[in-house]
Design a protein around this ligand. Structure first.
Ligand code: NAD
Length: 271
């Protein structure tokens, strides 16, 4: 990722995938990383720490990932300072838990706005900046990675409106990869399984001191454990880097095997 100018949304959470991505990008020698979030309580200390521990330029910016003006403001800041944009990790997301029958249109549309429009807007605006060439960047190109979910792949991986929004993210990436053909811009989604972050605190609170429940949950994962944010962010960094140069239009599962199986059955487990 040498020379790459990168943007990450949803990076404020102390235990989140966005924060982990800043370190994964820095480890790959990115030139500059914009860490952004609608909350900024821990954003600027993250930027300082990345700079202090890795030497990579890291800039905190408060921004709503579903707001066009905010997304454009980050992209313009990166273009004004560095003259190029190479990587956009559209990571920001929320997980509502409205019961299906009492779901309101307003809550559904809000979910679609934060989770799905943010990915669409990332593709729409970042791809324009990524096509700008200069002496330093003679060829158009870049990598857009959107954080989807195994919940977007098929049923059973999350609440209903959340899953619908993540299915939209997966297809947006597939379609954008084709809409951008010939531009050397790659667009992929990652589909995490159960990752221990702030978003899944509620899941881990529910299984705390309930070993049988925990065991039955872990039995749905081939690796029989939850994932760490770094295990997703390292995959994102791979896709963002030149190592992922021939991968586009894909939804990459980072889920310990959850999505590889029908519901696990002990009957077939031994044969
Ligand atoms: N944790 C999991 O098991 C899991 C599984 C599948 C997918 N994901 C996806 O990974 C992404 C990151 O989630 P996480 O697990 O790190 O959760 P997290 O709650 O730790 O981090 C999410 C971050 O997004 C920010 N955010 C929310 N709305 C925003 C907005 N409108 N604009 C900007 N920032 C906003 C939050 O402030 C927070 O810092 C999400 O898109 C989530 O859906 C997570």
């Amino acid at each position: 990722m040498e020379g790459y100018v990168c943007i990450i949304t949803g990076a404020n959470s102390l235990t989140g995938i966005g924060r982990a991505a800043a370190y994964s990008f820095a480890k790959k020698n990115a030139k500059a990383i914009y860490v952004t979030d609608i909350m900024d309580s821990d954003l600027y200390t993250l930027a300082e720490d990345v700079k202090a521990t890795t030497g990579v330029d890291c800039i905190g910016m408060k921004a709503d990932a579903s707001c066009d003006e905010d997304i454009l403001a980050i992209i313009n800041a990166a273009m004004d300072k560095y003259g190029r944009l190479d990587v956009f990790f559209a990571n920001a997301g929320v997980a509502g838990r409205h019961p299906f029958v009492s779901q309101t249109k307003e809550a559904y549309m809000e979910m679609m706005s934060v989770n799905a429009w943010s990915a669409f807007a990332a593709c729409k605006y970042a791809s324009v900046a990524m096509q700008k060439t200069s002496e330093e960047k003679p060829v158009s190109g870049g990598a857009i990675i959107c954080n989807a979910s195994v919940g977007g792949v098929r049923s059973g991986g999350g609440p209903m409106s959340y899953s619908a929004s993540k299915a939209a993210v997966i297809n947006t990436c597939q379609t954008a990869a084709w809409r951008l053909h010939g531009t050397n811009i790659r667009v992929n989604s990652v589909c995490p399984g159960l990752i221990k972050t702030e978003m899944t605190d509620v899941v881990f609170a529910a299984i705390e001191n309930r070993p049988e429940l925990e065991q039955s949950l872990m039995r749905t994962i081939a690796l029989e454990r939850y994932g760490r944010p770094e295990e997703v962010s390292e995959t994102v960094a791979f896709l963002a880097s030149s190592a992922g140069s021939y991968i586009t239009g894909q939804d990459i599962k980072v889920d310990g095997g959850i999505s590889a199986a029908m519901p696990y059955s002990v009957f077939f487990g031994e044969s």
